[in-house]
Design a protein around this ligand. Structure first.
Ligand SMILES: Cc1cc2nc3c(=O)[nH]c(=O)nc-3n(C[C@H](O)[C@H](O)[C@H](O)COP(=O)(O)OP(=O)(O)OC[C@H]3O[C@@H](n4cnc5c(N)ncnc54)[C@H](O)[C@@H]3O)c2cc1C
Length: 352
């Protein structure tokens, strides 16, 4: 019986657990936050649901399609029909590339976080929420013990799967007590070499429906020249998210705009973001939201791909890795696939 510990219940960790559910492994998931799905995240407020990390996902990968559309419950799975349009640094909005819009975009009525939650619960793993792994210690026989923020020790585990954003996994490994600290340090260095984009999300809520200058759901800045805005989307286009007659705009701010404000975004910063949205949409009412929210993403999206070959050396230390750094792109479906891939390697680990 292989005892597998999975650090992180984002889509990568949850997908790995899901793929291992019918193997002989016993599965334990440790997740530092209160909920599932990591950066595919949803908040709830007064009957409104809004996806403040990943705004939607696609099922263009065959395995993801099968799992999401055929294996997991499709109750509440909601297709976002309007297209994503583009804008440039000067604020000109265009319909953009039709190919970009061919593949359907999805969330759930009660938010995109359902994806990670459904995967994790279907895995029937032993799940520890609000449990942050703070230290790892390897036993003489190669198995790992994991310590949480309350200094409680868990394990020992034959396999540890690490799925936090790469720099966070690197930090854990860098401080681990391992049989061969040099080897583990090399793994930490490989992960630490993946840069992540910092991003501030500003959520703008309106008690009255906002007008839009086009039939788009989302707007993406394709030339990377806009000073403040990377992406805008409208949560009312997702069934079940926003009561009739209201609007919720998700504004993903550019890394340059976000960086100096990340630690402590002020009321003025939020007002500035709302003004940027109003200017882009040509809609004065957008400058005066009725409520606002923010989320700081210290590790929003990987800007490079991790050296997967170097990380495969972790196998000899019973360490495996998954997550969007392994995909080299900040995409829900790509992160999910890394979880499915690593599950195959974990299943084969230790056999003949
Ligand atoms: C603002 C933003 C917008 C995005 N927009 C899109 C989009 O529109 N479409 C799209 O497809 N993708 C989008 N993405 C990217 C997508 O969200 C990610 O690529 C994907 O969710 C990554 O999943 P993951 O499982 O690799 O990592 P994560 O979701 O980060 O999961 C890792 C988990 O590990 C947990 N964790 C970390 N450290 C520990 C620890 N020490 N102990 C226990 N648990 C720990 C975390 O809490 C987290 O739940 C966006 C991301 C952001 C931030």
């Amino acid at each position: 019986m292989k005892r597998v510990a999975i650090i992180g219940a984002g889509v990568a960790g949850a997908a790995a657990a899901y793929a291992l559910r019918e193997t002989s492994s016993t599965l334990t998931i440790f997740e530092k936050s209160r909920g599932f799905s990591g950066r595919a995240a949803t908040r709830r407020r007064d009957g409104i649901y809004y996806d403040h990390g990943a705004n939607h996902f696609k099922t263009d990968h065959e395995r993801v399609h099968r799992i999401v559309r055929e294996e997991l419950s499709v109750i509440g799975l909601t297709r976002i029909d309007p297209d994503v349009w583009t804008f440039d640094g000067g604020g000109t909005i265009e319909e953009g590339d039709p190919e970009r819009n061919e593949e359907p975009k999805w969330s759930y009525r009660t938010g995109i976080h359902r994806l990670g939650k459904r995967l994790a619960l279907a895995s029937e793993a032993d799940i520890h929420l609000e449990t942050r792994i703070t230290h790892m210690r390897q036993e003489e026989d190669g198995r790992w013990k994991l310590e949480d923020q309350n200094e409680e020790e868990h394990g020992a585990y034959n396999v540890v799967l690490m799925t936090p954003p790469a720099p966070q996994s690197a930090q854990l490994l860098g401080n681990a007590d391992a049989l061969s600290e040099d080897d583990v340090q090399q793994l930490a260095d490989t992960l630490d070499g993946v840069p992540y984009r910092k991003q501030l999300t500003v959520v703008l809520g309106y008690d009255e429906r906002l007008e839009r200058p086009g039939s788009f759901y989302g707007l993406i800045n394709t030339d990377g020249e806009h000073d403040a805005l990377s992406w805008l989307s409208f949560e009312e286009d997702k069934a079940g998210h926003v009561p009739d007659g209201q609007s919720v705009v998700i504004a993903q701010m550019t890394p340059d705009w976000s960086a100096p404000r990340l630690d402590d975004p002020s009321e003025d910063d939020i007002a500035e973001a709302a003004q940027e949205v109003a200017t882009l949409l040509g809609e004065d009412a957008a400058a005066n939201p009725d409520w606002t929210d923010t989320q700081r993403w210290r590790y929003a999206l990987p800007e490079d791909i991790a050296d997967a070959d170097a990380l495969k050396d972790g196998k000899a230390k019973n360490l495996f890795f998954a997550g969007d750094a392994l995909a080299g792109t900040g995409r829900v479906q790509a992160a999910l696939e890394t979880g499915l891939d690593v599950a195959e390697r974990i299943e084969a680990h230790g056999e003949a």
